[in-house]
Write a protein that binds this ligand. Sequence first.
Ligand code: LMR
Length: 334
Amino acid sequence: MFQTVTKALAVLTISTALLSTSALAEPISIKFSHVVAVDTPKGLAAEFFKKRAEVLTQGKVKVELYPNSQLYKDKEEMEALQLGAVQMLAPSLAKFGPLGVKEFEVFDVPFIFDGYDDLHTVTQGPAGQKLLDKLEPKGIKGLAYWDNGFKSFSCNTPIKTPADLKGKKMRIQSSKVLEEQMRELKSIPQVMPFSEVYQALQTGVVDGTENPISNFYTQKMHEVQKNMSITDHGYLGYAVIVNKKFWDGLPADIRTQLEVAMKEATDYANDIAKSSNEKDLESVKASGKTEVTMLTKEQRAAFKTALLPVQDKMASRIGQETIDSVRQAVGAKK
Ligand code: LMR
């Protein structure tokens, strides 16, 4: 009798312990780090993903967002993802070269896309998927492309012709194609993490930069740049990536729910990108701090001509096959 009671008590204790472990089961945590402000296409899409992921998984997943380089800067965040210190990032496509996936620099080729529609034929089609697949040997899974927009040049002196950038120190992202782009304009490229750009402009470490307006405005670059010309000469967008081991190790049902959340967040990101940049352009103009020049068709064409050699010079780095698949997707003729 005594033995039976002891056994029953033991069973009860074990099952209570099991019950409380499962009731208190820790949610799966996804740390999502990025370098831009919350009120940008990427920042807002990350918030959207967090909400949908937590709802669809009924709280089994918790997404922790770390915007504005508060956790890691550009280069560090890639390393942190590979080490598993964070699970999700959305770096600019211009930042995959140092990882050894140089093909992504095709997105940096000046004037290769004539607008968002052109671009989507790549990012939402087989050519874009093929590029994402190249990340897998690096322990990274590419989930989606999120838009930001088309870049403009800013500087402390007016920019109306390519010659206006001659001799200027220009901050760029870590892409060899962007380096070549600046060299074609006879300016001096300086690779620098995004988080350091404001200060570098303020202190004169660099004279100018290039970015979509949403990044320019939300980092307050208009406070430290006298001129900006709407050149729309190149694209800046993102690949949303996860640590592959983490992703493959998720329970299948959770992974499916996260895929749905990502699909919704991608539609949202690509919906708001254009209007978000347009809104911020109005804010830059209204600030009265940066003189915004809308280039004429002829002025913009002069930049296109000046930057045309970049594609051929960089073909061996990017890979002709990748360039051809992008050109084929956008239907461009050489
Ligand atoms: C930059 O470094 O200029 C951009 O890549 C920042 C970003 O993530 O949009």
